[in-house]
Design a protein around this ligand. Sequence first.
Ligand code: TXA
Ligand code: MG
Length: 316
Amino acid sequence: MQEIENACQILAAGGLVAFPTETVYGLGADACNEHAIRKIFAVKGRPLNHPLIVHLASENDLPIFAREIPEIAWQIVKEFWPGPLTIVLKKTNHVSSLITGGQNTIALRCPSHPKAQHLLKAFGSGIVAPSANRFTHLSPTSALDVRSELGDDVDYIIDGGRCSLGLESTIINLVDETPQLLRPGMISIDKLAKFLGRSIESDQGNKIKAPGMHKKHYAPRTKTSLLKHEEIISFIAKLSHDQVLTVAAILYNDISLDHKIQQIKMPKNPTDYAHQLYHQMRLLDNDAFTQIIIEDVPYTSEWATIRDRLIKATGT
Ligand code: TXA
Ligand code: MG
């Protein structure tokens, strides 16, 4: 495929290539080229101590980047790769500390999107890729989103359509004896624990282990608030006639609001909701609204990843 060939040439020359994964679009660079990796931090405006995920074509490449790989890591990748799961292991000596934010651990993931697979196989080496957005902004879920986010700062974009999942991968730390969840994702902690037959520590927000996990993240630029059903009703009741036109609502329940308010009714099932969330937030963010209100979702485990992103998007 011509586009994969072009992408490989640009990566090999130290350029940046955005590519689709099943979670969100990544901003890729050759994991062995420090100059290219520096460009990623510059384009994103990301602090240098926020480590990057290295993407691999298959688990066979794990030993290139990770050492002392525990048996549990092999079990996990055999079950869940390729797929939306990132594992953190001890890094090998030759891995640049630019990738790992100076830590001695490395995050690795093998994405399942056919074009990501094709690219990784053709490139034949690891590709570092954070989500292809400016620092703290929403992750892009289409090629168009990437272009609107990064403009000409990205050298090439592989268009793989809308991302099927729409939220970033689950991250699990396998360096210590007990596995720790660093970022929830569509592969749930329950599913991982069940597969392993053991418990997993939930360690979200640990600043040392996952430096990218600060409070405000994955956020629209428009002021965004997370409100419960009744709070939405009373919030809207207080708006003036003109203010009503400047507010957009992302709703879980069938609430009937003033029809002048822009309303997005979200799917009731978490998989479809996740697929829509960043897409809808971005559409509203690109519009002229002064405030986005999002209705809270159920507090059950199947909604935990979505709630995590809603809390981060709203700085709640
Ligand atoms: O779904 C995804 O994971 C997407 C696609 C493109 O693969 N990538 C992604 O990358 O979300 P990024 O850079 O936006 O988020 C990666 C997160 C960082 O915020 C950081 O917390 C964590 O991964 N991370 C990376 N290396 C780590 C390490 N050595 N130890 C702990 N956490 C690490
Ligand atoms: Mg990101």
